[in-house]
Ligand binder design. Structure first.
Ligand SMILES: CC(C)(COP(=O)(O)OP(=O)(O)OC[C@H]1O[C@@H](n2cnc3c(N)ncnc32)[C@H](O)[C@@H]1OP(=O)(O)O)[C@@H](O)C(=O)NCCC(=O)NCCS
Length: 227
Protein backbone atom coordinates (compact mmCIF):
# COMPACT_ATOMS: atom_id res chain seq x y z
CA UNK A 1 0.00 0.00 0.00
CA UNK A 2 2.70 2.44 1.00
CA UNK A 3 4.80 1.66 -2.07
CA UNK A 4 1.76 2.23 -4.29
CA UNK A 5 1.08 5.59 -2.64
CA UNK A 6 4.68 6.58 -3.19
CA UNK A 7 4.53 5.58 -6.82
CA UNK A 8 1.51 7.85 -7.19
CA UNK A 9 3.44 10.69 -5.55
CA UNK A 10 6.30 10.05 -7.90
CA UNK A 11 3.99 10.11 -10.91
CA UNK A 12 2.41 13.34 -9.73
CA UNK A 13 5.87 14.85 -9.30
CA UNK A 14 6.91 14.26 -12.88
CA UNK A 15 8.18 17.42 -14.48
CA UNK A 16 7.66 17.62 -18.18
CA UNK A 17 10.71 18.57 -20.15
CA UNK A 18 12.94 18.44 -17.10
CA UNK A 19 15.88 16.05 -16.96
CA UNK A 20 18.79 16.03 -14.58
CA UNK A 21 21.41 14.72 -16.95
CA UNK A 22 19.82 14.83 -20.39
CA UNK A 23 23.20 14.22 -21.94
CA UNK A 24 23.81 11.06 -19.91
CA UNK A 25 20.25 9.95 -20.50
CA UNK A 26 20.66 10.51 -24.22
CA UNK A 27 23.73 8.29 -24.14
CA UNK A 28 21.75 5.71 -22.25
CA UNK A 29 19.37 5.27 -25.17
CA UNK A 30 19.39 1.64 -26.12
CA UNK A 31 20.68 0.65 -29.52
CA UNK A 32 18.26 -2.27 -29.27
CA UNK A 33 14.71 -1.51 -30.36
CA UNK A 34 13.12 -4.21 -28.22
CA UNK A 35 12.99 -4.31 -24.44
CA UNK A 36 11.81 -7.27 -22.43
CA UNK A 37 8.92 -6.67 -20.08
CA UNK A 38 10.25 -5.76 -16.63
CA UNK A 39 8.96 -8.05 -13.94
CA UNK A 40 10.27 -6.18 -10.92
CA UNK A 41 7.69 -5.90 -8.16
CA UNK A 42 7.25 -2.52 -6.50
CA UNK A 43 10.18 -2.25 -4.10
CA UNK A 44 9.83 -1.48 -0.45
CA UNK A 45 10.58 2.10 0.48
CA UNK A 46 13.41 1.48 2.90
CA UNK A 47 16.10 -0.74 1.52
CA UNK A 48 18.27 -0.99 4.54
CA UNK A 49 17.78 0.18 8.08
CA UNK A 50 20.50 1.32 10.38
CA UNK A 51 21.40 -1.53 12.64
CA UNK A 52 24.00 -2.05 15.32
CA UNK A 53 24.90 -5.19 13.34
CA UNK A 54 26.08 -3.08 10.39
CA UNK A 55 29.55 -1.68 10.92
CA UNK A 56 28.99 1.04 8.32
CA UNK A 57 25.45 2.21 8.99
CA UNK A 58 24.50 3.57 5.58
CA UNK A 59 20.77 3.77 5.11
CA UNK A 60 19.23 4.04 1.64
CA UNK A 61 15.78 5.56 1.28
CA UNK A 62 13.92 5.61 -2.00
CA UNK A 63 13.93 9.19 -3.28
CA UNK A 64 10.38 10.40 -3.82
CA UNK A 65 8.91 13.89 -4.02
CA UNK A 66 9.00 14.24 -0.23
CA UNK A 67 12.78 13.74 -0.20
CA UNK A 68 13.59 16.68 -2.50
CA UNK A 69 14.99 18.81 0.34
CA UNK A 70 17.48 16.08 1.25
CA UNK A 71 18.43 15.57 -2.41
CA UNK A 72 19.11 19.32 -2.64
CA UNK A 73 21.32 19.18 0.45
CA UNK A 74 23.54 16.63 -1.29
CA UNK A 75 23.59 18.52 -4.61
CA UNK A 76 24.58 21.69 -2.73
CA UNK A 77 27.70 19.76 -1.69
CA UNK A 78 28.51 18.51 -5.21
CA UNK A 79 29.61 21.78 -6.76
CA UNK A 80 32.99 20.65 -8.05
CA UNK A 81 31.27 17.70 -9.72
CA UNK A 82 28.66 20.03 -11.27
CA UNK A 83 31.38 22.32 -12.55
CA UNK A 84 33.13 19.38 -14.20
CA UNK A 85 30.11 17.85 -15.90
CA UNK A 86 27.97 20.96 -16.45
CA UNK A 87 30.34 23.91 -16.17
CA UNK A 88 28.27 25.48 -13.39
CA UNK A 89 27.89 25.17 -9.61
CA UNK A 90 24.56 23.40 -9.88
CA UNK A 91 21.32 23.23 -11.81
CA UNK A 92 18.10 24.69 -10.45
CA UNK A 93 16.08 21.58 -11.35
CA UNK A 94 18.70 19.07 -10.25
CA UNK A 95 16.86 17.58 -7.24
CA UNK A 96 13.49 17.18 -8.92
CA UNK A 97 15.01 15.78 -12.07
CA UNK A 98 17.12 13.33 -10.02
CA UNK A 99 13.88 11.87 -8.70
CA UNK A 100 12.06 11.76 -12.03
CA UNK A 101 14.46 11.67 -14.99
CA UNK A 102 14.84 8.42 -16.88
CA UNK A 103 15.78 7.37 -20.38
CA UNK A 104 13.16 7.35 -23.11
CA UNK A 105 11.12 4.17 -23.03
CA UNK A 106 12.11 3.43 -19.44
CA UNK A 107 9.16 2.94 -17.10
CA UNK A 108 8.87 4.15 -13.53
CA UNK A 109 9.43 0.62 -12.30
CA UNK A 110 12.90 0.63 -13.87
CA UNK A 111 13.90 3.86 -12.10
CA UNK A 112 15.53 3.34 -8.71
CA UNK A 113 16.67 6.59 -7.11
CA UNK A 114 17.80 6.72 -3.49
CA UNK A 115 19.14 9.13 -0.92
CA UNK A 116 21.89 7.64 1.25
CA UNK A 117 21.94 8.66 4.91
CA UNK A 118 24.56 8.18 7.56
CA UNK A 119 23.47 8.79 11.12
CA UNK A 120 20.38 10.51 9.73
CA UNK A 121 22.35 12.96 7.58
CA UNK A 122 21.95 12.82 3.78
CA UNK A 123 25.41 12.01 2.43
CA UNK A 124 24.87 10.60 -1.04
CA UNK A 125 22.70 9.93 -4.05
CA UNK A 126 22.17 6.82 -6.12
CA UNK A 127 20.26 6.37 -9.34
CA UNK A 128 20.02 2.98 -11.05
CA UNK A 129 18.05 2.17 -14.18
CA UNK A 130 17.10 -1.49 -14.31
CA UNK A 131 17.27 -3.55 -17.51
CA UNK A 132 19.00 -0.78 -19.41
CA UNK A 133 20.10 -0.68 -22.15
CA UNK A 134 19.19 -4.34 -22.35
CA UNK A 135 17.57 -6.90 -20.07
CA UNK A 136 19.94 -8.12 -17.37
CA UNK A 137 22.03 -4.92 -17.37
CA UNK A 138 21.65 -2.30 -14.64
CA UNK A 139 22.82 1.22 -15.55
CA UNK A 140 24.18 3.41 -12.75
CA UNK A 141 22.98 6.89 -13.72
CA UNK A 142 24.55 8.55 -10.69
CA UNK A 143 26.43 7.49 -7.59
CA UNK A 144 27.62 10.48 -5.61
CA UNK A 145 28.91 11.27 -2.14
CA UNK A 146 28.92 14.79 -0.70
CA UNK A 147 32.24 16.42 -1.44
CA UNK A 148 32.82 17.29 2.22
CA UNK A 149 32.74 13.53 2.95
CA UNK A 150 35.01 12.28 0.15
CA UNK A 151 37.93 10.00 0.85
CA UNK A 152 36.40 8.34 3.90
CA UNK A 153 35.20 5.11 2.32
CA UNK A 154 31.60 6.19 1.82
CA UNK A 155 31.78 5.84 -1.96
CA UNK A 156 32.91 2.24 -1.56
CA UNK A 157 30.19 1.60 1.02
CA UNK A 158 27.53 3.14 -1.22
CA UNK A 159 28.73 1.08 -4.15
CA UNK A 160 28.50 -2.10 -2.04
CA UNK A 161 24.80 -1.30 -1.44
CA UNK A 162 24.41 -0.48 -5.12
CA UNK A 163 25.81 -3.81 -6.19
CA UNK A 164 23.58 -5.65 -3.75
CA UNK A 165 20.52 -3.89 -5.19
CA UNK A 166 21.61 -4.65 -8.74
CA UNK A 167 22.35 -8.32 -8.04
CA UNK A 168 19.53 -9.33 -5.75
CA UNK A 169 16.69 -6.89 -6.32
CA UNK A 170 17.11 -6.16 -10.02
CA UNK A 171 18.58 -9.59 -10.87
CA UNK A 172 21.20 -7.87 -13.03
CA UNK A 173 24.14 -9.88 -14.32
CA UNK A 174 25.99 -6.85 -15.68
CA UNK A 175 26.48 -3.29 -14.35
CA UNK A 176 27.15 -0.40 -16.72
CA UNK A 177 27.86 3.32 -16.37
CA UNK A 178 29.31 6.30 -18.21
CA UNK A 179 32.19 8.40 -16.88
CA UNK A 180 32.54 11.90 -18.27
CA UNK A 181 36.21 12.41 -19.13
CA UNK A 182 36.16 15.86 -17.53
CA UNK A 183 35.30 14.14 -14.25
CA UNK A 184 38.33 12.12 -13.09
CA UNK A 185 36.62 9.25 -11.27
CA UNK A 186 37.58 6.37 -13.55
CA UNK A 187 40.02 5.18 -10.88
CA UNK A 188 37.19 4.88 -8.38
CA UNK A 189 35.20 2.68 -10.75
CA UNK A 190 38.26 0.57 -11.51
CA UNK A 191 38.68 0.08 -7.76
CA UNK A 192 35.04 -1.10 -7.71
CA UNK A 193 35.82 -3.71 -10.40
CA UNK A 194 34.67 -1.90 -13.54
CA UNK A 195 36.59 -1.81 -16.79
CA UNK A 196 36.19 0.20 -20.00
CA UNK A 197 34.04 -1.40 -22.70
CA UNK A 198 35.91 0.45 -25.43
CA UNK A 199 32.85 2.59 -26.18
CA UNK A 200 33.36 6.35 -26.05
CA UNK A 201 30.51 8.75 -26.79
CA UNK A 202 30.40 12.51 -27.20
CA UNK A 203 29.12 14.28 -24.09
CA UNK A 204 27.62 17.75 -23.81
CA UNK A 205 26.88 19.20 -20.40
CA UNK A 206 25.17 22.54 -19.87
CA UNK A 207 28.41 24.39 -20.62
CA UNK A 208 30.86 21.52 -20.99
CA UNK A 209 31.84 19.47 -24.01
CA UNK A 210 33.65 16.26 -23.24
CA UNK A 211 33.51 12.56 -23.94
CA UNK A 212 31.87 9.80 -21.94
CA UNK A 213 33.68 6.52 -21.41
CA UNK A 214 31.44 3.49 -20.94
CA UNK A 215 32.46 1.02 -18.22
CA UNK A 216 31.00 -2.32 -17.21
CA UNK A 217 31.32 -5.00 -14.55
CA UNK A 218 30.02 -8.54 -14.72
CA UNK A 219 27.99 -9.48 -11.64
CA UNK A 220 28.64 -13.18 -11.45
CA UNK A 221 26.58 -15.25 -9.05
CA UNK A 222 29.70 -16.87 -7.57
CA UNK A 223 31.28 -13.54 -6.58
CA UNK A 224 27.98 -12.37 -5.13
CA UNK A 225 27.82 -15.40 -2.89
CA UNK A 226 31.30 -14.61 -1.57
CA UNK A 227 30.43 -10.99 -0.58
C1 LIG B 1 33.48 8.90 -6.96
C2 LIG B 1 33.08 9.12 -5.50
C3 LIG B 1 31.72 8.51 -5.26
C4 LIG B 1 34.10 8.46 -4.57
O1 LIG B 1 33.62 8.59 -3.27
P1 LIG B 1 34.62 8.54 -2.00
O2 LIG B 1 33.78 8.41 -0.78
O3 LIG B 1 35.57 9.67 -2.05
O4 LIG B 1 35.41 7.18 -2.29
P2 LIG B 1 36.06 6.21 -1.23
O5 LIG B 1 36.71 7.00 -0.13
O6 LIG B 1 35.06 5.18 -0.80
O7 LIG B 1 37.21 5.49 -2.10
C5 LIG B 1 37.11 4.13 -2.49
C6 LIG B 1 38.33 3.81 -3.30
O8 LIG B 1 38.28 4.52 -4.56
C7 LIG B 1 39.45 5.33 -4.70
N1 LIG B 1 39.02 6.58 -5.30
C8 LIG B 1 38.08 7.42 -4.86
N2 LIG B 1 37.95 8.46 -5.69
C9 LIG B 1 38.87 8.27 -6.67
C10 LIG B 1 39.23 9.01 -7.82
N3 LIG B 1 38.62 10.15 -8.12
N4 LIG B 1 40.21 8.51 -8.61
C11 LIG B 1 40.82 7.35 -8.33
N5 LIG B 1 40.51 6.60 -7.23
C12 LIG B 1 39.55 7.07 -6.42
C13 LIG B 1 39.97 5.53 -3.29
O9 LIG B 1 41.36 5.79 -3.29
C14 LIG B 1 39.62 4.23 -2.63
O10 LIG B 1 40.57 3.25 -2.95
P3 LIG B 1 41.06 2.21 -1.82
O11 LIG B 1 39.84 1.68 -1.15
O12 LIG B 1 41.81 1.18 -2.59
O13 LIG B 1 41.91 3.00 -0.90
C15 LIG B 1 33.08 10.63 -5.16
O14 LIG B 1 34.30 11.20 -5.62
C16 LIG B 1 31.93 11.41 -5.76
O15 LIG B 1 30.82 11.35 -5.27
N6 LIG B 1 32.21 12.22 -6.82
C17 LIG B 1 31.21 13.12 -7.38
C18 LIG B 1 30.13 12.37 -8.12
C19 LIG B 1 30.72 11.50 -9.19
O16 LIG B 1 31.60 11.90 -9.94
N7 LIG B 1 30.18 10.27 -9.28
C20 LIG B 1 30.56 9.33 -10.31
C21 LIG B 1 29.86 9.65 -11.56
S1 LIG B 1 30.35 8.51 -12.85
Amino acid sequence: MRAAAEDRMLVSSLVEGSALFPQILAMMRSPEPARAAHVEVAPARRVEMESPMIRDPLCLVRASADALADVEIVFDDLRAYSRRVDGMDGRADAARAFVTARPPGCGLRDKHAFVAYRHGVPIGLLDIIGDHPRPGTAFIGLLAVRESAHGAGLGRALYARTEAIMRWRLKARRARLAVVEANPVGGFWQAMGFGPTGEVKPYEGEAVRSRAVLMEKMLSMEEGLLV
